[in-house]
Design a protein around this ligand. Structure first.
Ligand code: UD1
Length: 419
């Protein structure tokens, strides 16, 4: 069994290059199914969710090939509409293949998607929106089939700015008949990345105003090359790592403009940050202060994906903190593992309250989901003594190599295998 071993208690110093974005790469990979030809995605992160998406694309007949950090996807021939259960249940974002497959083939058959254990994750808004565009869904147990004889545009109003539902509608609308207006849509940077990729391939997508995306269907998309943007969540994890452990680091390529809620909070907690054209410099050498109240929200608010890493920093800050989770109801699962390391976090519904100034001690802990796993690594870096983080496979879903990245920042961290 693989685990991460960390000898903690030292500050972080150095430079790390931020990998390509998981949440941008996955919907763009789905979008490649709309192209009857070859797409090349540069700076594509080598993470297990991307490998899982490659398997899904291959299962419907596309070919995928890596050349260093470039992923070449050839979707000239699609031979199946069925997404194998094995991959769909592993990764929730496989649901965005529904819009892409309906757009390309007019049919898709998939199992109800799985993914991280971070609370209820229904897909009702995806289904309702695709139905409005002409898709007909049939369910048999956990198997879902959708068919559409020519998707058509219209006005889709989302009840909440869901990232996945917005992506699904954009994907379905790109080749649909007529104009699709998506109102109340998500405006995360990854949505803008998907639109930029599609427009580069010949789609016609504009943003008339905030929360409104207009897609005018085209007949076909063309082959293109696209560079996946750096991952704001990985950059944020490294930033919070320096905040928690103290030290000085340069986060090369970090998209500082997408991290304003995080840098503002880090500044309030005692960090000094300098944006440069090449990335973000972060320094925390003085006291770590509790910010009081923090809540997650849709972009540009503090991202839910950085809430767990933040807990690792807050439990050591001077003073009490309260974190309200507004996106995923079950996203405090890591609190009990942090408490085993000496934190004092009390979870009540969507709020976590914690005493600051805790002395973390090394422990054997287990990651049960991606971002909670990253939080345990940060806690291990701050803790006195040795921490072993099990459940590495969850962390590998979104971090190319978290051991490599924190070693670049001087952490005493190793990849181990237990026989
Ligand atoms: C995406 C990101 C994830 C991030 C999240 C919020 C990817 C691959 N994943 O997830 O990392 O944490 O956005 O920024 O990009 N909901 C429903 N019904 C639906 C759809 C969503 O009730 O049909 C609810 C969800 O349960 C959740 C909330 O809406 O409570 C937000 O979910 P959504 O924005 O859709 O997140 P994902 O696209 O799953």
């Amino acid at each position: 069994m693989r685990y991460i071993q960390i000898k903690g208690g030292t500050s972080l110093h150095g430079e790390v290059a931020i990998q390509g974005s998981k949440n941008a790469a996955l919907p763009i990979m789905a979008a490649c199914l709309l192209v009857r030809g070859v797409t090349v995605l540069k700076n594509c992160p080598a993470i297990s969710d991307v490998f899982c998406m490659c398997s899904l694309l291959q299962s419907v007949g596309a070919k995928t090939e890596w050349d260093r950090d470039a992923l070449r996807i050839d979707a000239s021939h699609i031979t199946s509409c069925r997404l194998p259960e094995e991959f769909v249940t592993k990764m929730r974002s496989s649901v965005i293949l529904a819009g892409a497959m309906l757009g390309r083939c007019g049919e898709v058959c998939l199992h109800t998607p799985g993914g991280c254990v971070i609370g209820d994750r229904p897909i009702d808004w995806h289904v309702r929106a695709l139905e409005q565009m002409g898709a007909v869904f049939e369910e048999e147990g956990r198997l879902m089939t959708a068919r559409a004889q020519g998707l058509r545009g219209g006005r889709i109003v989302l009840p909440f700015p869901s990232v996945g539902a917005t992506e699904n509608v954009i994907l379905a609308a790109a080749l649909a008949k007529g104009r699709t207006d998506i109102c109340g849509c998500a405006m995360e940077p990854e949505i803008l990345a998907l639109c930029a990729f599609l427009n580069g391939a010949g789609a016609r997508i504009v943003l008339p105003e905030r929360g409104h995306i207009r897609v005018s269907g085209v007949n076909a998309l063309r082959e293109s090359e696209y560079r996946v943007e750096p991952d704001r969540i990985v950059a944020g994890t490294c930033l919070i790592g320096v905040l928690a452990a103290g030290g000085r680091a340069f986060l090369r390529n970090a998209p500082a403009g997408q991290l304003e809620s995080v840098t503002a909070l880090a500044g309030k907690m005692g960090a000094r940050l300098v944006k440069t054209g090449e990335g973000l410099y972060v320094e925390r050498t003085g006291r770590l202060c509790a910010p009081g109240f923090v809540e997650t929200g849709v972009y540009p608010a503090f991202p839910t994906d950085l809430q767990s890493p933040l807990l690792a920093a807050l439990c050591q800050a001077q003073g009490q903190s309260c974190v309200a989770e507004r996106i995923f109801n079950g996203r405090f699962a890591v609190a009990s593992e942090l408490n085993r390391m000496g934190a004092s976090i009390a979870v009540d519904g969507c709020c976590a309250r914690m005493e600051g100034g805790c002395r973390l001690l090394g422990q054997d802990v287990t990651a049960r989901e991606l971002r909670g796993g990253a939080a345990l690594v940060l806690a291990g870096i701050c803790a006195e003594g040795t921490t072993r983080v099990y459940g590495r496979q969850y962390i590998d879903r979104g971090y190319e190599d978290i051991v490599r990245d924190f070693r670049c920042l001087g952490a005493d961290i190793d990849d181990k295998t237990e026989l």
